[in-house]
Design a protein around this ligand. Structure first.
Ligand code: XMP
Length: 517
C-alpha cells in the first residue's frame, strides 16, 4: 500500500531468493517500496498505486518454461521506469521481442563485468570504472536485444549483462545489484531511483512516525487496544508508538511463557514499571509446557505457541472488558519469511503463521508490518526509547522453545538458560556485545560420551551461535576469538550440569538460518 505523501516504488516478485534484499536496499536509498507477487498485480492495480518506478525481481524459472511467471507487456507502455533484475531482465527482453537462450557456461558468484558508462545508471557513479565485480546467478541470458535497446554491460561469458532504452526509461541488469558482492550495486539502485525515477528519497523515520500515529488514530477511533509485549525491540517500539497515538487506551500484556532467557521475565517487568501504560504480566509457563509436551517438530512448536499466545490474550482481554484490537509487532521480514508473495515458506514466525483464524477481536493492528529491523530501531530512537531497549538483540517470540531441539522439558529449559547466561556474560566481558548482531546458546538433541574426573559421562551437546548482520535476512557467523570461545566452553561444561560438549556454529545465512528451528 502506498504510504500517504510518500514516494513509492513497486517491486514485482517473480519468486527469486534475493527479493527482500532488493526492498531492503531501496529503503536504504530512503525510498518506500513494497514487494508484490506478479500473481497479485494487474495494470489497474499499478495505475492505482501509481509508483515512481517498478523493479522486476529475479526468479528460478526460464522465460520459455511452462507456466513461467510473466506480466502484461502493456506495463512497458505506462511511462513508468522499469528496472529488470536477473529473471526480470530476461522477461523484459523476451516480452519486448528480444530473445533469451541458455548459457553454454552458467555464471554463478563474483564475476568481472565491463560497463558502458553512457548508460545513465552507471554513468552517474563516478567511482565506477570500466570494469568491476558483479554477483551473477543465472543459466539463461539475453541473446538478442529488443528494438530500441543498447547493451550497457557485458562479461566474458555473457554478452548482455545490462541493457537499456533511455527514451522509454527501461533498464535491465543480469546481475544482482542488491547483493553486497556487486561493487557499487547499491549506488546503481540509487541511481535508478533518483536519476531515472526522479525520487528524492523522502522515506525517513521522523515522517514515518507522524504518518503511523495518524493512521493508528484513524483505524482505532475511540477503541481499546491490547498489545502482546515481549520486551523485545519490536513490541517495545510498538508500545511506544501506540502509547503516543492512543495513550491509556492501550493495555500491554506480557505473557511469560517460561521460555524467556534467565531472569528475563523480571527484567521486562522492571523495564516497563515506570511507563505510563497499563501493564499486565501473565505467568503461563505450566500452560505452555503442557501444551508442548512430547512435541519435537519445529513448525508444530511454533504454531502451538502462536495459538496459545492468542488464547492467553483472549482470556486476559475478556477480564479487561471491551477490547477492540490486538496489536502485534510483526515486521516485514516476518511477513516475507512466512511465505507472503512467492518466496518459499522458511519458517512460520509465531506472530504470523501461527495466528488462528477464529480470533476474538474486531481486528489486528500491525503498524510495523512494512518495516525492517533496523528501521524499527530507528523508529524507536525517533520515539525516544532508551538505547538498552532499542539496541537489545532480537529474541524470537517462541523464545527458548525453538532453541531446544526435540521435545521441551523443564529440566532442558534450566540447562539452556544457565548455559545461555554464561555465553552472554562472556561476550559482554569481552566487549563484543555491540558488534555481534545476535548471540545465543542452542541445546541440541545430541548426546555424546565424555569423561569428567574419573567417570564416563553421556550428556548434552550445546551449540553456541553468534552472527553479524544488519538486516537479519542474511548473516555471517561472528569471528569470536578462540580465547573467548575457550572461556565460554570451559565455564559451561564446568558450571552447567548435564552438558559435556560445546560446539560453535560456523554457518552463514543462507544457507542456514539464524535460529536452529
Ligand atoms: P531466522 O532464524 O529466520 O531468524 O534466520 C531471523 C531473525 O528472526 C528472529 N526470529 C523470530 N522473531 N518470532 C519473532 O518475533 C519468531 O517466530 C521468530 N523466529 C526467528 C530470529 O531470532 C532472528 O533475529
Amino acid at each position: 500500500m502506498r504510504q500517504s505523501g510518500h514516494e513509492y516504488v513497486l517491486i514485482i516478485d517473480f519468486g527469486g531468493q534475493y527479493n527482500q534484499l532488493i526492498a531492503r536496499r531501496v529503503r536504504e536509498c530512503n525510498v518506500f517500496c513494497e514487494v508484490i507477487s506478479y500473481k497479485e498485480i494487474s495494470l489497474e492495480k499499478i495505475k492505482e498505486l501509481s509508483p515512481e518506478g517498478i523493479i522486476f525481481t529475479g526468479g528460478p524459472q526460464s522465460v520459455y518454461g511452462e507456466g513461467a511467471p510473466t506480466i502484461d507487456k502493456e506495463i512497458f507502455e505506462m511511462g513508468i521506469p522499469v528496472l529488470g533484475i536477473c529473471y526480470g531482465s530476461q522477461l523484459m527482453a523476451y516480452l519486448l521481442g528480444g530473445s533469451v537462450k541458455t548459457c553454454e557456461t552458467s555464471e554463478y558468484g563474483k564475476t568481472d563485468t565491463y560497463y558502458d558508462k553512457s548508460c545513465p545508471i552507471f554513468g552517474s557513479i563516478s567511482e565506477l570504472g570500466e570494469s568491476a565485480v558483479s554477483w551473477m546467478s543465472h543459466t539463461d541470458y539475453i541473446a538478442k536485444l529488443p528494438a530500441g535497446f543498447k547493451t550497457a554491460a557485458h562479461t566474458d561469458n555473457c554478452p548482455t549483462a545490462a541493457m537499456f532504452d533511455e527514451q522509454r526509461k527501461l533498464y535491465a541488469v543480469q546481475f544482482h545489484p542488491e547483493v553486497n558482492h556487486t561493487e557499487y550495486g547499491r549506488a546503481m539502485l540509487d541511481s535508478f531511483l533518483k536519476n531515472v525515477c526522479g525520487c528524492k528519497g523522502d522515506w525517513t523515520m521522523e515522517k514515518y512516525a507522524e504518518t503511523a500515529i495518524a493512521d493508528i488514530r484513524r483505524q482505532v477511533g475511540d477503541g481499546k487496544v491490547l498489545l502482546g509485549l515481549s520486551g523485545g525491540v519490536d513490541s517495545s517500539v510498538l508500545a511506544a508508538l501506540l502509547s503516543k497515538a492512543i495513550g491509556n487506551r492501550l493495555t500491554c500484556i506480557f505473557v511469560d511463557h517460561g521460555f524467556m532467557r534467565k531472569n528475563e521475565g523480571d527484567e521486562v517487568e522492571q523495564a516497563f514499571a515506570d511507563w505510563e501504560v497499563n501493564f499486565i504480566r501473565v505467568n503461563a509457563k505450566d500452560r505452555f509446557l503442557s501444551k508442548l509436551e512430547g512435541i519435537s517438530d519445529p513448525e508444530t512448536k511454533r504454531k502451538l505457541i502462536g495459538e496459545e499466545f492468542i488464547r492467553v490474550f483472549e482470556s486476559e482481554a475478556a477480564k479487561l472488558g471491551r477490547v477492540d484490537f490486538l496489536a502485534q509487532g510483526t515486521i516485514y521480514p516476518d511477513v516475507i519469511e512466512s511465505g507472503s508473495g512467492d518466496a518459499a515458506v522458511i519458517k512460520s514466525h509465531h506472530n504470523v503463521g501461527g495466528l488462528p483464524k477464529d480470533i476474538g477481536f474486531k481486528g489486528i493492528i500491525e503498524p510495523l508490518r512494512m518495516l525492517f529491523k533496523d528501521e524499527t530501531r530507528k523508529l524507536g530512537q525517533e520515539l525516544g526509547l532508551s538505547d538498552t531497549l532499542v539496541k537489545r538483540q532480537p529474541f524470537p517470540g517462541p523464545g527458548l522453545a525453538i532453541r531446544i531441539m526435540g521435545c521441551i522439558t523443564d529440566e532442558k529449559l534450566t540447562i539452556l538458560q544457565d548455559a545461555d547466561l554464561i555465553f552472554r556474560e562472556e561476550i559482554a566481558k569481552a566487549g563484543l556485545d555491540e558488534s555481534i548482531g545476535q548471540y545465543f546458546a542452542v541445546l541440541t538433541d545430541n548426546r555424546s560420551v565424555g569423561v569428567m574426573g574419573d567417570f564416563r559421562t553421556y550428556d548434552h551437546t550445546l551449540a553456541l551461535r553468534a552472527v553479524t548482520t544488519t538486516d537479519f535476512m542474511t548473516a555471517d557467523f561472528a569471528r569470536i576469538p578462540y580465547e573467548v570461545l575457550e572461556k565460554c566452553s570451559a565455564r559451561i561444561v564446568n558450571e552447567v550440569p548435564n552438558i559435556n560438549r560445546v560446539v560453535y556454529d560456523i554457518t552463514t545465512k543462507p544457507p542456514a538460518t539464524i535460529e536452529w528451528e
